[in-house]
Design a protein around this ligand. Structure first.
Ligand code: SF4
Length: 465
């Protein structure tokens, strides 16, 4: 199996480029077709409402967290407050030890990926098995999720066939249905053997103390009901105030993620099995993770980053993500949302280049179902960063030139003459000395359109004559 590819590896791999473009393109089409004014005339109003609900919840998060805890406990469950990954893992380790469990099944949860839960548990001889098909595939491949909704988006059926042969010792089979049946067979045994099921949470309902999970495979439902113990792990920002608010978010989440009006399963779990109920766990825990969130909450300018419902639409539409893929980002969250929450959760000094890896085209904000203004946050993060001296000098020079339009036009004219390019052509090869100079690496990756023969100002003046 190929290792994770970084930026250069992804750009050089034609198959990988095709896989990313095809998969994200399909998701873009499906989203667009599901939110047309004919099908969903209230789409923009739903976005506005969802953003308002999230903003309000963040404003009163302390109140809603307390309400949520009381509601969970009134149903016989327990809330665990975890400051960080250590706190969450310590609780799960202790519980597994006390209950004598060595196998855990887990449904898809980016929050658990964020704290590297599986690795932490594995150090203590606990086997944690991913049960979402995409997550199961990347767990076998020993990779990080490629995408927050489609973790194995970068892998073709041929890659999966090769992986299953290598890791499960079965014949190479490229038929997707057969691959699914293989995973199903392996995972059924794990569901039966597991003592603890771990799930994520798409939403937490403050008024009813319930955990809401949306999915298409049914594995989250099995993870939360087959084992005797269920643990839901979620960031504190997953709260919404009332069950009646849920409709707004469910209308947006499936459509933004995969173009589905609703996912195949929506589970609303509110505690352990009660007397007379046929299924459900005997013990029910919700681990609420802080891990940098309260710090971000205090930042009024950027706290809207916490409104994210992890739909993945901004990744699918991002020209940078579509080119460099999910493994070129330093953490588990990739794409535009990764660029704003990674520095805010992990510290800006860790990967200072991240907020700069954007063209600021704004498409992420256009498609975000909860109206997060990602470009605005990227600019704020850039302002706060320590830019290298050469960047500062270059931007000063750029600002100087841009405020002198005549000088700019003259320079562009000179440049065009130098390049010998005509209108509507692309500058793909830049002659010496530019091809050897400081822009060498930048130009090696980019073609850009040659400027038109006449500037907008000249055309405008001619038109007004
Ligand atoms: S930032 Fe918006 S578009 Fe991106 S994953 Fe979050 S909710 Fe979806």
């Amino acid at each position: 199996m190929k290792p994770e590819a970084g930026i250069q590896g992804t750009l050089a791999d034609r198959d990988l480029q095709a896989a990313i473009y095809t998969a994200t393109g399909r998701l873009m089409d499906k989203r667009r077709e599901s939110v047309t004014p004919d099908l969903l005339p209230e789409y923009q109003d739903l976005r506005t409402l969802a953003a308002a609900v999230k903003r309000h919840t963040l404003e009163f998060l302390d109140v809603y967290l307390t309400q949520f805890e009381a509601a969970v406990e009134s149903h016989g469950g327990r809330v665990i407050w975890a400051n960080d990954g250590n706190g969450a893992a310590d609780f799960i380790l202790k519980l597994a030890k006390e209950r004598g469990t060595s196998i855990l099944v887990k449904s898809k949860s980016m929050t658990s990926e964020e704290i590297h839960l599986n690795d932490r548990l594995a150090k203590h001889e606990l086997e944690t098995v991913e049960t979402d098909l995409g997550e199961y595939i990347i767990q076998l491949a020993e990779q990080r999720p490629y995408h927050i909704v489609a973790p194995a988006l970068h892998m073709t059926r041929h890659d999966v066939a090769e992986l299953f042969t290598e890791k499960l010792g079965i014949e190479n089979d490229t038929v997707i249905e057969n691959q699914t049946m293989t995973a199903r067979r392996v995972l059924r045994e794990k569901f039966l053997a597991a003592g603890i099921g771990i799930t994520g949470a798409n939403f937490l309902l403050a008024d009813s103390g319930a955990v809401v999970i949306v999915e298409n495979e049914g594995n989250a439902r099995l993870s939360s009901s087959a084992p005797k113990i269920q643990i839901a792990i979620a960031g504190i920002e997953k709260l919404i105030p009332r069950a009646r608010d849920l409709g707004v978010f469910l209308s947006l989440l499936g459509r933004s993620a995969t173009g589905q009006p609703l996912t195949s399963y929506t589970s609303i779990l509110s505690g352990p099995r009660r007397a007379g109920e046929l299924d459900g766990p005997a013990e029910f825990y919700v681990v609420l993770l802080d891990s940098g969130r309260t710090k971000l909450l205090a930042d009024k300018e950027k706290r809207e980053s916490l409104q994210c419902i992890r739909c993945g639409a901004c990744l699918n539409h991002c020209p940078v993500y579509r080119k460099i893929g999910g493994h070129s980002y330093p953490w588990v969250y990739s794409g535009p949302i990764g660029k704003i929450i990674t520095p805010q959760f992990q510290g800006k000094e860790k990967d200072p280049w991240l907020p700069f890896a954007s063209s600021l085209c704004g498409v992420c904000a256009e498609v975000c179902p909860v109206r997060i203004d990602i470009p605005k946050i990227l600019l704020a993060l850039r302002r706060e960063s320590d830019k290298p001296a050469e960047d500062r000098r270059a931007m000063k020079g750029f600002a100087w030139l841009m405020t002198r339009p005549r000088m700019y036009e003259r320079l562009v004219g000179l440049g065009l003459g130098f390049l010998g390019r005509k209108k509507d052509t692309w500058v793909s090869k830049v002659p010496w000395p530019a091809s050897r100079g400081p822009l060498r690496n930048w130009l090696a990756q980019r073609n850009f359109p040659a400027p038109p023969e006449k500037s907008f100002r000249v055309l405008w003046a001619e038109r007004k004559k």
